[in-house]
Design a protein around this ligand. Sequence first.
Ligand SMILES: *[C@@H]1O[C@H](CO)[C@@H](O)[C@H](O)[C@H]1NC(C)=O
Ligand SMILES: *[C@@H]1O[C@H](CO)[C@@H](O)[C@H](O)[C@H]1NC(C)=O
Ligand SMILES: *[C@@H]1O[C@H](CO)[C@@H](O)[C@H](O)[C@H]1NC(C)=O
Ligand SMILES: *[C@@H]1O[C@H](CO)[C@@H](O)[C@H](O)[C@H]1NC(C)=O
Ligand SMILES: *[C@@H]1O[C@H](CO)[C@@H](O)[C@H](O)[C@H]1NC(C)=O
Ligand SMILES: *[C@@H]1O[C@H](CO)[C@@H](O)[C@H](O)[C@H]1NC(C)=O
Length: 585
Amino acid sequence: MWSLLSSVWLLAAGISGATAQFNNPEGVDIWCGKAYRAKDAPFSPGGGFEEPTYSAAPLLRLLAKPRMTIYVASDSKASLLVDAGISHLLGEPIASKYAGESKGSFASEAKVVIKSGNSILATSAVQVGSTGNEIAFSLRSLAASTAPYNLTVTAKLVNGAVYTTSTALYHLPKPEDSRTVSRIDNLYGGLWYQRSTETKWTPFFPYTYYGKFFLLQWTLYWNSNVSTLDEFAAMGYNLIHIVPTGSLGESPFPWDEFQPYLDRASELGIFFQYDVIYTPTNNATMLDQVTQLRSHPSILLWYQSDEPDGKSWPLSANGLARQAMWDLDPYHPSSLALNCYDFYYAEYGQGGEVIISDVYPISTNTSWSTVYETPCNATYGCCGCDDCHGAFEDISERIDENERRDGLLGWQKTQWAAPQAFGNETFWTRYPTAAEEVVMALLAVNHGAKGLVAWDFPTTGELSGITEKLAAVMTSSKIASFLLEQPLTQTLTVTGGSRVDASLWVDADANEALLTVINLNYGDIAAAVQVALPSGIQATAVKDVLWGDVNWALSGQRWSSKGSVLTSSSGLLGLQVSMVVLKLH
Ligand SMILES: *[C@@H]1O[C@H](CO)[C@@H](O)[C@H](O)[C@H]1NC(C)=O
Ligand SMILES: *[C@@H]1O[C@H](CO)[C@@H](O)[C@H](O)[C@H]1NC(C)=O
Ligand SMILES: *[C@@H]1O[C@H](CO)[C@@H](O)[C@H](O)[C@H]1NC(C)=O
Ligand SMILES: *[C@@H]1O[C@H](CO)[C@@H](O)[C@H](O)[C@H]1NC(C)=O
Ligand SMILES: *[C@@H]1O[C@H](CO)[C@@H](O)[C@H](O)[C@H]1NC(C)=O
Ligand SMILES: *[C@@H]1O[C@H](CO)[C@@H](O)[C@H](O)[C@H]1NC(C)=O
């Protein structure tokens, strides 16, 4: 992800390529749209997310998208996620009596019909004001094809008013080669894959590092012996991110030398997030890589580009490149890292279905750039963490904000995060500690991150040690069954201390829940800390401790409509993290 290093070089060399294509005057270098050199004056960077205008009258927002980004020939069923939400921002006018201010007696049903052409695939009734209704249908009548089906969705209210939307559904032929096929779940955000010989899909929570190692040292390390891959896999990471050309510059990758790595990876069961190093001035390399590699079983997804927003690439570049990749290979999602807090998110985000935020708040001065000797604020400066406050919450606020925008845009995205695992350079005076690393990683997960790719490897022994331990937890199928298959309730009510972040994933079928509680304070909380589960969620025991050694006591009435309360009577130590599986009634 982001080439902290290479980006700083770019910045220093002034070749960010941003010559007055945005609000910057000719010759003024920008990062996230902002002037950052002391010689340059601040100006408004523009590019802020365009908020929809407020409508005093309530609106019905009918929205439909496929549950999964793609289906393949071996899938017999598909489903659409249909929203019939009431909004004051987006949608079509709705008579207020259907708006159901609360879930009161005014709330009403809408009859939903899903059609392909003239044929009806499914009908259903959804509550006006509800979102995320999953409506399933058979794929039998939709022959597998590389072209999408344009499904129309109508919702009819009891007063006869009809609302209409449409969405593209992909039902692709099963590839005839040995590739691994992967897709994103638009309900819970997880990545699911299927090996060529399989017809069942497996959820996958990626936990790994970016490799500066790989980027700079392909010829010094990786190509020395394919056993380097065994070493990395043995540390417990399930994905590998390798920059193909690295020290080879722009020359094509030596495929013959690389082939044994791809082959060994599939033997080891580790996947590639493959960096196609797309740039707006060079799409040939990217197209070449996708063509060469798409059919290899080790390729799980493409990494399209690194901080195009920071580098202020042309606004249409990433979306066009994503389309070109899709045309060659619709069987793998694309990811990209976005570094800016608020610079053309809707445009750069078109580069992939997976958006990785790289927010590095540890040990950088977020108000004064120690590299460029300028202030940093919303319109000026580069401090290594855009619009940050230098706190852990920079990470969760970024993900929350990206998710808020995703909701408004109504598009199909998932959020991953790049925890900071570097330091002692440029803006950052030191490395994070092991405790900080765990807080950063799990805070992102608590706020919906469905993958973690830390920047960067190799790191300190302290960080390697802790991430190996965390890898054992995060790559387990148990974790995937919660994080990728159950709804997330974030920001549970916590009493006894402030800045304690708690999230819950309830698996109603298994009668279990995953709870993660994080003390974001460096100092201890001495008073008893209580975490309240959502109403109706009654836990009977801590079944399994996945991380930490907080001693939770449970209280709550079996027949109460309130949720149970977990109490740590000795409070929480500074940066303490607890991840437990609860047994439910
Ligand atoms: C899909 O069909 C609807 C009409 O049902 C139409 O308005 C829309 O433009 C079509 N979308 C595409 C991509 O063809
Ligand atoms: C590669 O590594 C393996 C395992 O460490 C070792 O047995 C083998 O001799 C190495 N090969 C070369 C060419 O260095
Ligand atoms: C690749 O870039 C060239 C030159 O900029 C452009 O003409 C072409 O349309 C691009 N092709 C694709 C598939 O993006
Ligand atoms: C950031 O740098 C400014 C200017 O040198 C200094 O006044 C401030 O205390 C620093 N903040 C932190 C958190 O180090
Ligand atoms: C950012 O800092 C610059 C330089 O001190 C100042 O001119 C500008 O007004 C500041 N912008 C904001 C939004 O505070
Ligand atoms: C920090 O970086 C400097 C300069 O590269 C190096 O000399 C020093 O050993 C590093 N310190 C640590 C703790 O990594």
